[in-house]
Design a protein around this ligand. Structure first.
Ligand code: C2E
Ligand code: CA
Ligand code: CA
Length: 431
């Protein structure tokens, strides 16, 4: 068996699956064809292994793999993505009902008991499902939502669950209307950047601000970035929006009137991180609006590093232009520790979920501790976002975090507002 397939079941392995999912999601977005991701887990697998032995465990896995193969149509894919976890990608489905048919087919097949050498039993399985674009339109988000649905199904004691709708009540037709509206949003002056302050964790001096896009649609009111950014990515409008954000952020940051050098961070979507013309875009913006007092920081999500070869080259080019790189949402992607130290970055930004759970959940604290230690050893600074209270700030300081950002200090605000905020908070401390 090769490095891309699982020896026991012959299915694609996790590594193979990550690339495959990405391709299926991008085909779904491109052709506007709904696809579904099912995550299938054997319940209590460790217990089964203990009770019947590993041979039987292996037979169960192979049997389930074969059943998944029966459910898959010619253009669907199956993979083994964990010890007792499988994935089924259903391409070109019509709707959720269509997905339900596939799930029910799997359950029907499973109703025939598995016949081992010494016993017969039904394989207990739980399924979590998420649809693209209904629940998410990015591969890693889709994966997270399908896995979250699996957790919900378990918690509710049901055999299968769907992710709750990401786009809330948005129907497909509504999505397409948003898409149309988004196309002219910059020209109509509906887009603005808001800025959220970032502070040094120890001194609480303001070191910079992150630019976050806001869309005040004339016809629809405020539309959340979680809604319109994925649409922009899917339709390719994100390129234009990012160019606009780069230029606007550099221009506005130069007007903040701070004495010390201040950084302004712009979010770069994964789809652009690998575009060959990206360095030109950044260079042009820096030529037009660059200032000695403003340090440009580009935030890319950890998951956009999946295509490490291409993304790394492109980020290196940005660093040569003088931009700093921050790896956003760190800890949620599929980063491989083997290449961690080679990531062309200056900063690792720990995902909010770990920060939020820091006080209550010792696993989150451990993860943050490991990320900080590893980052410092590799020469990266560490930022934390989503800091909402003093206790979390104190914990992050103890763990050695370098910079912090969150509602405790300030929400994202318009450029003029931030300018006033900076003047007020230059001396004032939050401790
Ligand atoms: P992100 O890049 O991880 O941005 C951080 C999000 O966390 C922002 O939400 C921010 O307002 C929110 N946040 C900050 N501090 C706290 C806190 O203490 N508590 C809580 N609960 N939330 C906090 P926002 O502005 O809604 O943006 C959501 C996401 O949309 C961003 O996540 C980013 O992925 C995307 N986005 C926003 N603006 C842009 C942009 O200009 N370009 C791109 N490509 N994506 C953007
Ligand atoms: Ca960010
Ligand atoms: Ca983030």
């Amino acid at each position: 068996m090769d490095a891309m397939h699982d020896e026991l079941t012959g299915l694609r392995n996790r590594r193979n699956f990550v690339g495959l999912l990405r391709r299926c999601v991008s085909a779904s977005n491109e052709h506007r064809a709904t696809m579904a991701l099912l995550v299938v887990d054997i319940d209590g697998f460790a217990r089964l292994n203990n009770a019947y032995g590993y041979d039987v465990g292996d037979q169960l896995l192979a049997h389930l793999a074969a059943l998944l193969g029966e459910v898959a149509r010619s253009h669907d894919y199956t993979a083994r993505i964990g010890d007792n976890r499988f994935a089924l990608i259903l391409n070109r489905v019509l709707n959720q009902g269509h997905v339900e048919l596939a799930i029910q087919k799997l359950f029907r097949l499973l109703d025939t008991p598995f016949q081992g050498e010494r016993m017969r039993f039904r394989i207990p399985v739980t399924v979590g499902a998420a649809l693209c674009p209904l629940h998410a339109s990015q591969p890693d988000a889709l994966m997270r939502r399908a896995e979250a649905a699996l957790v919900c199904a378990r918690a509710e004691g049901v055999r299968r669950a769907y992710a709750p709708d990401a786009s809330r009540d948005l129907e497909l037709s509504d999505l397409w209307d948003l898409e149309m509206q988004l196309a002219g949003a910059i020209e109509r002056g509906e887009m603005v950047l808001h800025y959220q302050p970032q502070l040094c964790a120890n001194s609480l001096r303001v070191v910079g601000a992150e630019a976050l896009m806001r869309w005040n649609s004339r016809s629809r009111g405020a539309v959340a970035p979680d809604i319109f950014i994925p649409i922009a990515e899917r339709t390719g409008q994100i390129g234009k929006l990012t160019t606009w954000a780069l230029n606007t952020a550099l221009r506005q940051a130069a007007e903040w009137g701070v004495d010390e050098r201040v950084s302004v961070s712009v979010n770069l979507p994964g789809t652009l991180a690998v575009q060959p013309h990206l360095p030109e875009l950044v260079e042009a913006a820096l030529k037009l609006w660059g200032s000695d007092r403003v340090q440009l920081v580009i935030e890319v999500t950890e998951s956009s590093l999946m295509d490490a070869g291409r993304a790394f080259a492109s980020l290196e080019a940005l660093r040569r232009l003088g931009a700093r790189i921050s790896i956003d949402d760190f800890g949620t992607g599929y980063s491989c520790l083997a290449y961690f130290r080679n990531i062309p970055a200056d900063e690792i930004k720990i995902d909010q979920t770990f920060v939020r759970d820091l006080l209550g959940d010792s696993a989150s604290a451990d993860i943050v501790r490991v990320i900080v230690e590893l980052s410092h050893r590799c020469g990266f600074r560490v930022a934390a976002e989503g800091v909402e209270n003093q206790e979390t700030l104190a914990a992050l300081r103890r763990l050695g975090c370098d910079s912090v950002q969150g509602y405790l200090f300030g929400k994202a605000m318009a450029s003029a507002e931030l300018r006033e905020w900076l003047a007020e908070h230059r001396a004032e401390h939050f401790a």
